[in-house]
Design a protein around this ligand. Structure first.
Ligand code: SF4
Length: 81
């Protein structure tokens, strides 16, 4: 059954269960650190569901580069020295 925008799968619908040492929410691409992008709360890092997607959890995704604000680089035509 397709989900509506903003809706998440229930635990029953996705077979949410203890990971038992294998793939787990904590190493799933959909894991956000305290929840899941596609399955309803609560979500724990040592659990697993049928939609596990191996990859880097969202909570550990590389942050946006900081420092120089976008658009604040060297003016066009400027010389660095
Ligand atoms: S295994 Fe992945 S998709 Fe399934 S509940 Fe955990 S974080 Fe969400």
């Amino acid at each position: 059954m397709p989900l509506e925008a903003g809706q998440k799968f229930s635990h029953d619908a996705c077979g949410y269960r203890p990971a038992e040492g294998g793939p787990a929410c904590g190493n799933c691409h959909h894991f956000t650190g305290g929840g899941c992008q596609i399955v309803e709360d609560p979500i724990a890092a040592d659990m697993l569901c049928d939609f596990h997607a191996p990859g880097q959890p969202q909570a550990e995704a590389a942050p946006e580069p900081s420092g120089v604000p976008v658009g604040m680089g060297m003016p066009r035509g400027a010389r660095p020295f």
